[in-house]
Write a protein that binds this ligand. Sequence first.
Ligand code: HEM
Length: 470
Amino acid sequence: MNGQAVVSQELTGARLRPAAPIPRNRVLSTFEIILELGKNPIATFGAPSYRLPYIPYPSRIRRFLMVNDPEGVKRVLLDNAGNYIKADQVQRQLRPALGNGLVTAEGADWRVQRRAIAPMFQMRHIASFAPAMSQATQEMLARWRELPHGEIIDADDEMMRLTYDIISRTVFSNDVTMDYRAMARAIAVYFENVGRVDFLAALGVPDWVPTPRRLRAWPALRFFRREMEGLIGRRRALLERDPDKAPNDLLTLLLTARDPETGTRFGEDEIFDNVMTFIFAGHETTANVLAWTLYLLSQFPDVDVRLAKESQTVLQGKVAGAEDISSLVYTRMVLEESMRLYPPAPLLAREAVGRDVIGGHAIEPRTVLLVSPWVIHRHRLLWDEAEYFDPERFAPGKREKIHRFAYIPFGAGPRICIGMGFAMQEAVICLATMIQHWRFELVPGHPVMPLARITLRPQYGLKMRLHCRD
Ligand code: HEM
């Protein structure tokens, strides 16, 4: 691990700087970057990355431009989005698992899928998933109540389990045979091997070459394929036999969706790839938000107390539901600030198709544009005291003044996260329900460090002691 990155958190003056690698005082060479990217991409960003609007990395292999200026981000993600496709490094990490689903598809394939899937994420559908979110949280809390007083949990693991439970209820009504542990292991193997920047791939080794990392990831992929094919086959049979008995979940919606323009249905591969996409994109990310929020609350007791008070006042002991969301204003502020410091998708990379000019920089075809929510959310030109935790930034009245492209945890433009409303509803319900009854104490001495492996996870997990407030 990078020598500077082992520092988990520091007290600077009287204030605590939440865990993050300490930026180096120089921009690394392209070769150093490729090496370091494989370890922890967010540790490669030197101090200049957090101070300059653009950082070009001229290299003989590939041109890179890091875009931190919100106007430049707007150009890449929105105004000239048609000129930028997802970079091949990103595709190489995601395609083995997600195939040509909504996250990875491009061009006409993407447009057709987005059009057909968008209605599934309308607010009325999302609201209908709230009871599943509340129920899963309630069951987790019931399990915690059985634990001895002051028990230590791994909050990262618990949040993964919770959001996986929610995604299984909402995507396929729990109709799976795979157990949570087997699934979590398979995802961990996949992320650890395919989810890191691959030195051999960066040197141009083609995808079909069985590199050691790819060989390690293949059993995990075979496991998913087996489980998902069984699941889809069972549901398809039920829809043919007795459509009225089919549950009203995302899988049924996917199997019955029609392209609003052409009336055609999804093919086998598109269904499979999108089920995988919902599982991968739909639970890891929200789990990370919740885990990082619990970490921050453990470090900032005044925020924790205020948050607990809000949930107790609004919920009065009951589980949060869709009807409470608009009253849980501070809960939302805390989550938004938590996603500023720990954006679950820390790096979005695009590749130019044609020429462009961004912030005075000439963009040639195949230039890689790095848009990093991690860096932009901590950029000194955009945020005061950028590294410190302060939910007040997102208070009503202040939040509207944040530049739309300076805060992009869900991306922006046509490829913005389709699950944003789902994720925010889920995160508010889960957090408010948990915090009403429980306080989380980070086990003294437990190291905390964000690690980017597609998503941003606590590298060493999050060992926390549970304290019941009741
Ligand atoms: C806090 C939780 C989440 C965060 C921070 C998040 C973040 C993101 C980001 C940044 C993107 C854009 C990637 C890019 O532009 O390269 C994205 C896309 C996507 N997300 Fe999420 N996501 C979250 C939850 C979810 C959930 C719950 C689902 C589904 C149930 C989901 C499904 C998707 C899909 C399908 C896309 C691709 C959309 C497209 O390209 O048309 N996400 N997400």
